[in-house]
Design a protein around this ligand. Structure first.
Ligand code: SAH
Length: 348
């Protein structure tokens, strides 16, 4: 029988297995506590009888994640982790330190199938989805390493969260539970390139999570040039899905918009964008493009960025320009994983 990762269980599933091993329910609670306090092996669980630990070892494993490499930004303490899963696959996560607390940027897939032209994660295609337990293991590994409470989670690492919908939702629910880390939904953010059916499904989950849409274009024509997914879902469809999300959750939606020189950053693009989204409970986050090998896009200059921002603001749309936290360690958006795989020859 294949062993199962305890981190993929909810407490009732764990109880069932533990009962099958001849032990009462409270043992499940003990195991659970150890696991969510960072125990990597059953042998560390010293309040359990040795014979029971052996039984646990025969049926289950703790899908612990190993930190293979850690890069700390010289500027602001942003940490990029190169993490290795039990099967040897590699992912990356980033810890960002803000005045209001620590925030973990987690991966949801090994690779990505969305193929956005400006993104480094897209270049290698998809390998597989991460399970909820593997996402949890990322969080636990970072939490252990960081030593301070991580109070926010953003699903903006490698992968398209809504292309791995069930496991992502399961993970967020578990992270919210009081007996794991009790992170409130309001401190979680899920970022999607705009998979409309899943946005609609997510509206019905009753989880007031922050929804972030990687829009990056004011119209479908430009969007299709830089994001293949735009051929499947139009901006109109995305905006009406967002409208439903806002109505159901009361949450403000964020539109991510990477400014790419000459592609989507002109005044007329700002006006077109503003006219389409004004009236929605939203916020625009302008992002400086990070250089990605092989793509010949350039970031917009500071003045262009300011001009774009001013136009949106004139329409009454709240705008921020994203702080760059980890560009000196290739931890910024779109830069994850590829480099490490290439330099270490760790292609899966
Ligand atoms: N697949 C999800 C989440 C991962 S990407 C999504 O598309 O939203 C997280 C954010 O980084 C997205 O807004 C994405 O568009 C942005 N990003 C990707 N490549 C980038 C680059 N080269 N420079 C700046 N931002 C980038």
């Amino acid at each position: 029988m294949d062993k199962i990762n305890v981190l993929d269980f909810d407490i009732d599933q764990l109880k069932t297995v533990i009962n099958e091993l001849g032990e009462p329910d409270y043992r499940a609670k003990q195991v659970w506590e150890w696991v969510y306090n960072g125990a990597g092996r059953f042998d560390e669980m010293t309040n359990l009888p040795k014979s029971f630990r052996n039984l646990l070892n025969s049926r289950l494993y703790i899908g612990d994640i190993r930190i293979a490499e850690k890069l700390v930004s010289g500027r602001n303490g942003t940490v990029k982790y190169l993490l290795v899963l039990p099967d040897g696959k590699v992912i990356e996560s980033v810890l960002m330190k803000y005045r209001y607390g620590n925030s973990a940027c987690l991966s949801t897939q090994i690779g990505c199938r969305m193929g956005c032209r400006f993104c480094a994660s897209a270049k290698l295609g998809i390998d597989r989805n991460l399970t909820a337990g593997e996402m949890m293991a990322q969080f636990i590994a970072m939490q252990k390493d960081c030593g301070e409470r991580i109070s926010r989670v953003v699903l903006m690492g490698i992968g398209e969260p809504f292309d791995n919908y069930d496991e992502v939702v399961r993970f967020m629910r578990r992270l919210n539970q009081k007996d794991t880390f009790g992170i409130s939904y309001r401190r979680m953010t899920v970022s999607t390139c705009g998979l409309v059916p899943e946005i609609n499904r997510f509206s019905c989950e009753n989880m007031p999570v922050n929804l972030s849409i990687s829009l990056h274009a004011p119209n479908d024509e430009i969007r299709r040039r830089i994001m293949p997914v735009a051929a499947r879902y139009s901006i109109d469809k995305i905006l009406s899905a967002c409208n439903i999300y806002i109505r159901k959750t009361g949450r403000r939606v964020t539109f991510e918009y990477i400014l790419i020189d000459g592609v989507n950053d002109r005044d007329e693009h700002a006006i077109e964008l503003a006219e389409r989204i004004s009236g929605l409970l939203c916020h625009v986050n302008l992002i400086a493009l990070n250089a990605v090998e092989g793509a010949d896009y350039k970031r917009s200059g500071r003045e262009r960025t300011e001009a774009f921002k001013d136009i949106l603001e004139r329409y009454g749309i709240p705008v921020t320009v994203r702080r760059e936290l980890g560009d000196d360690i290739s931890a910024s958006c779109g830069q994850l994983r590829k480099k490490s795989i290439e330099s270490d020859g760790m292609v899966d």
